[in-house]
Write a protein that binds this ligand. Sequence first.
Ligand code: URA
Length: 234
Amino acid sequence: HHRHPSSSFQPLISSATTLNNKKQIYVPSHPLSKHWLAVARNKLSPPPVFRSALAELGRILLYEAVDGWLPTVEGRVETPTGVADCTFVDPSQPLVVVPILRAGLVLLESASTLLPASRTYHVGYARDEGTLQASAYLNKLPARLSAEDRVLVVDVMLATGGTVVQVVEDLVSRGASDANIRVVAAVCAPPALQALGERFGKLRVYAGMIDAELDERGYIVPGLGDAGDRAFGT
Ligand code: URA
């Protein structure tokens, strides 16, 4: 009886077009990740329950997304009984957090308290329900980024990929490198993963689950519905 290894990276697309076998998507196998996703999926969960489930899932995804990525510095700390060699997260290189409104605010609620140093730049995208095209109504990104900036994009639902592709393209046009961009999502679907994988070969995605498909309105099935509406009771 052998144990499964903990989650591992998989290519963004597991079907025919495997993009040179690149491992770009990570789905935690942690039972709490699965549990809080289940609570968020449940249509009977009211907004306060939905929000706290999304925030807990986001906390787990955030821990995974920054593992081995945050820069650290060595130091020493005096304890009450001695001196300890310590490793700190380098406060001089704050993580750039880009939540996509509205639901991104809820999923990465914990980022500002879990990360010793971060800068948050909000972007808002709204979808035309007819064309399914997303367009920006808010963009607080800095004029310039550098390839060394570590950028965490928070898009709760990666469905068609229309929004997240625009945001990552915008980040790259401002100087960020896809090798230093990570996307956190509660649920994602193959069209978005395909769109990201084709354009950004080094970007990584950390998601609660990969669902099978989209419906005719572009919603993920089974998904969890309209994440923004459910988080804010609208
Ligand atoms: N946006 C949502 O909120 N839910 C989906 O299923 C797809 C896009």
